[in-house]
Design a binder for this molecule. Structure first.
Ligand SMILES: [Fe+2]
Ligand SMILES: [Fe+2]
Length: 336
């Protein structure tokens, strides 16, 4: 039986801890009536005190008390960080469904959890950054997140979190959030399919990892023919990079076809619109939107309104029905 933290267990009592060894976490990551295998610390003045020992039950009263005191961060030992992240991953579905937590706060937790998984999958320093184990965790997070993605206000808050950051995994998450918003208007009660598409959206540029970064930092008009060839190879490189991972077919479609265009002018195969899978078209369109709304070495970020205007200027590249859905989703979420 887990112990309940006693009401008297206020932060004045506790083991003092060297703050250098601690990692900050959001109190909302701790679901009531759950206990984790990690100690929790609270900042008090210049020191850290033990707030809840491992195995103690966190109750709604604790969460309320922390909120009343304006506590925005608790801390876990760095050595417990992995255990803590696993705890949050395991309970993410319940946390996202918890209406007592503000949507903005839930969006923040989601972004934190998803970022740490996606960061690993895009880690250049790991010989095998994307493994079946990592991919299974990403799929599980996405499965638990789908009901949350269906809410326009969640999309609005998620968009504000994912808008920052210039790494490939930031872009992958940004594209995925918008893809989920659009796919929710198109389909479907096929959860496996949705998870496959969303995971493909996160990973769509994974093929860039093995290629020289300088190519992706130049304005496309300034690339030499050799550099263009490298740029155009990243969808195929992405599929081969994932060869050892059991990706569903729809995820592979997203990686391979995300630069194909409705008018047949895309790459790598210049496939016409009628043969490009619909979900890959959605990823391609959201890819363009996300790229435009992020700063590049050669230009500032465009606002959502400006990005959409630029996409409309080249409307023959996009499926007209999907373009309407993009506009609908952005306006429903009050992003533009
Ligand atoms: Fe790409
Ligand atoms: Fe991309």
């Amino acid at each position: 039986m887990p112990k309940t933290i006693s009401a008297a267990h206020e932060p004045a009592v506790g083991e003092r801890q060297d703050s250098g060894d601690l990692h900050p976490v959001l109190p909302s990551m701790l679901l009531p009536d759950r206990c984790g295998d990690f100690d929790l610390f609270l900042e008090q003045g210049d020191s850290m005190v033990l707030y809840a020992a491992r195995g103690e039950l966190f109750t709604p009263a604790h969460r309320e008390r922390l909120a009343e005191r304006g506590v925005e961060r608790l801390y876990v030992r760095s050595s417990d960080k992995e255990e803590f992240e696993r705890f949050v991953q395991d309970h993410l579905g319940d946390l996202l469904a918890d209406e007592s937590i503000a949507v903005e706060e839930r969006s923040s937790v989601w972004f934190d959890v998803t970022s740490s998984l996606a960061r690993e999958a895009f880690d250049r320093n790991l010989p095998k950054s994307l493994t079946n184990v990592r991919f299974s965790r990403i799929k599980r997070i996405l499965r638990d997140s789908l009901p949350f993605f269906a809410r326009p206000e969640a999309l609005r808050h998620l968009s504000s979190f994912v808008a920052e950051g210039g790494e490939y995994y930031h872009h992958g998450i940004g594209v995925m959030v918008l893809v989920a918003g659009i796919m929710n208007t198109v389909v479907t009660d096929d959860i496996d399919f949705m998870v496959g598409v969303c995971s493909g959206a996160i990973l769509h540029d994974v093929g860039k990892l093995g290629l020289p970064e300088a190519v992706f930092e130049k304005h496309p008009d300034d690339l030499t023919s050799e550099e263009l060839e490298i740029l155009h190879s990243h969808p195929v490189m992405g599929v081969s990079r994932c060869a050892a991972v059991q990706l569903p077919q729809e995820a592979l479609h997203c990686i391979l076809f995300h630069h194909e265009l409705e008018n047949g002018s895309g790459f790598p195969s210049q496939a016409p619109g009628e043969v490009i899978p619909l979900h890959a078209k959605v990823v391609g369109m959201c890819d363009e939107y996300d790229n435009l709304t992020r700063p590049k070495p050669w230009r500032e970020a465009f606002t959502p309104f400006e990005a959409l205007a630029r996409i409309k200027e080249k409307r023959d590249r996009y499926d007209p029905d999907l373009l309407k859905r993009l506009i609908l989703v952005l306006s429903r979420a009050e992003i533009m």
